[in-house]
Design a protein around this ligand. Structure first.
Ligand code: ADE
Ligand code: ZN
Length: 340
């Protein structure tokens, strides 16, 4: 176990499912509230953490949207992103593909430009100072209308050079992927990669829609795809990576116990599954903590861990050359470890 923990810590890793607004730690929330003269409905950092008890996705989303309201200036978005990148640096996360929720900001009067320029400036500094490569994925909030999503895509056009893909998040049940079929078709025509949350709480048919109608390149969560033999077969055949989030699944009651988590089954079935932290500040752990918890609960082997870490690069939107370099680095590390 100790040896596996060390391996998880030492190997280079990629994170492919991370909402930057979900990395807002209570301490920074207080700092930003003070800086922006805002009142928080909490008296202390401890009180905030105590509020993070969720029975389902919507309980979390309500608190998550309230929390992000302290993000006002470009510097706020920079500070938020830089804190996350510092955690990545500590945990040897070498490549990140981060989500942001522009509508969570434009809806309350903060411009698209403010959010994206602050996030992007931090990502550039993270690359320069820590060598962390990155992609940026803008998510549409699925509880809002198709029209609102189109407006957001239009606003994004001015910043298209800073955006690599679009995603779909927020309240899943009742907001099927089909609602955004036309928006995703336009995003694809702009050359953007496509991902969507599906099968987190929603039924397997939402995963089917995400594949058939949205034509996603990667699936976020996908837990409930495991209920369908046909879907498992399709995901495997089309080499669709799954960005799975163990501690998030536990906190949002997608699983009752990590011992019941479908990750082992996903790997046994040969799916391209990856480990991610989703909203680490709200769910109690960054990438390494997700690996530790999953390894312990499912008694994962060294081979499982290496597969998951390699999958994080294979399933990324890096070029083939870049992926190969990271995979070679992992193999070199493993060979060195064996010979010492
Ligand atoms: N937004 C942030 N985290 C999310 C999650 N796990 N599911 C749906 N929307 C989200
Ligand atoms: Zn998510």
């Amino acid at each position: 176990m100790l040896e596996l923990k060390k391996l998880i810590e030492e190997l280079p890793k990629a994170e492919l499912h991370l909402h930057i607004e979900g990395s807002l730690e209570p301490e920074l929330m207080f700092t930003l509230a003070k800086r922006n003269n805002l009142d928080l409905p909490y008296a202390s950092v401890e009180e905030i953490r105590e509020a993070y008890n969720f029975n389902q996705l919507q309980d979390f989303l309500d608190i998550y949207y309230a929390g992000m309201s302290v993000l006002i200036t470009e510097q706020d978005f920079y500070d938020l992103t830089m804190e996350y990148l510092q955690k990545c640096h500590q945990q040897n996360v070498r490549h990140v593909e981060i989500f942001f929720d522009p509508q969570g900001h434009t809806e309350r009067g903060v411009t698209f430009a403010t959010a994206i320029t602050g996030i992007n400036r931090a990502l550039d500094d993270g690359l320069a100072n820590f060598g962390i490569s990155y992609k940026t994925i803008m998510c549409f909030l699925r509880h809002l209308s198709e029209e609102n999503a189109f407006q957001t895509l239009n606003e994004a056009k001015e910043f298209i050079a800073l955006i690599d893909g679009v995603g779909l998040d927020s309240s899943e049940v009742g907001n099927p992927p089909s609602k955004f079929q036309r928006v995703f078709a336009e995003a694809k025509s702009l050359g953007l990669k496509l991902v969507a949350h599906a099968g987190e709480e929603g039924p397997p048919s939402y995963v089917e829609e995400a594949l058939a109608l949205l034509k996603i390149d990667r699936l976020d969560h996908g837990n409930r795809a495991m209920e369908s033999e046909a879907l498992i077969k399709q995901l495997k055949k089309e080499h669709i990576a799954l960005t799975v989030c163990p501690l998030s699944n536990l906190k949002l009651c997608v699983v009752d116990d990590l011992k019941d988590h479908p990750m082992r089954e996903m790997l046994d079935q040969g799916l391209l599954a990856t480990v991610n932290s989703d909203d680490p500040s709200y769910f109690g752990g960054y990438l390494n903590e997700n690996f530790f918890a999953l390894q312990e609960s499912l008694d994962l082997s060294k081979e499982h861990i290496v597969t998951l870490i390699k999958n994080s690069f294979i399933g990324s939107f890096l070029s083939l050359d870049e992926k190969t370099n990271y995979l070679l680095e992992i193999d070199r590390h493993l060979a060195q470890q064996q010979s010492s």
